[in-house]
Design a protein. Sequence first.
Length: 319
Amino acid sequence: MVVFSRRTFMTGAAAAGCAVPLAGGCASLAPSPFFGGRDLPIGVQLYTFGDLLRTDLEGTLRDIARIGYKTVEIPSYMGKTPAQLRAFFDAAGLRCTSAHVGLRAGTAAEPGLLGDLDALARDMSVIGARHVIAPILTAPDDLKVEAAAGVHIYAATASAMTADHWKRFAARLNAIGSALRSRGLSFGYHNHNIEFVPVAGKTAWDLILAETDPELVTFELDVGWVAAAGQDPAEVFARNPGRYRLMHMKDLKAASQTNLALRMDPTEVGSGRLDWSRILPAAYSAGVREFFLEQEPPFAIPRIDAAARGFAYLNALTL
């Protein structure tokens, strides 16, 4: 048995950076950068950059890397082949670790989650992405929703879905997750605020979580949309530890109004009302290891500047 003297303990504790009170052990540690202290890269969802992806993808990726981002998540193939995307990412020094892929059949050039999954898996291997995320729901075949303009069809669909519809939707996610798992990929679902509609005494989000197999389906929690729904993101993470591997870091203006209709009032991450000192530790405790900043339009400043401002805030955040 090794016996340590009090002097040896005090010297070692001081060297380790512990604050040692007169009574008791190492009661506290100095705050450290949340991301740097955990060796976590800060990523960005490329949707943030809008038309820049079409007009100057290569230059935008170089700017993203110069800001300090290490990983990206793609919203689509952006009109490129998987090999072209991989070449652009490699040239910029970025890794694409996750891809949003729609719940549709897709095309030969860009497969969907309801189409050729072998082709999709081959594409992900080329790009380097290990996570495939369904970005939004689709309407059940037996549900007729009154026509709504643009994205509002999704809110109308969610409001009209019954508990049985949501359970069948979860079963579809399980089936896709099983198919992608057999192909070496992780599968997940990304929320908006529409999944927090009340259904059968709970929310649709509760039903999706309860009806999906944790071995087959993970979740990418978009905390901006969670907050837009009037929910506390830290509490949402805490209620279902182990179900989340990815998150979208998104902020809202202080005056944002709670709604379930796919509306939000966005601002740069760190400039709004979300409490990141609570949310980020809760996310990490729930299992999140892929963190992507994402900002919705409209933008008050150029998109690349908004991404730089959000990165600077997150990179300097100590907890």
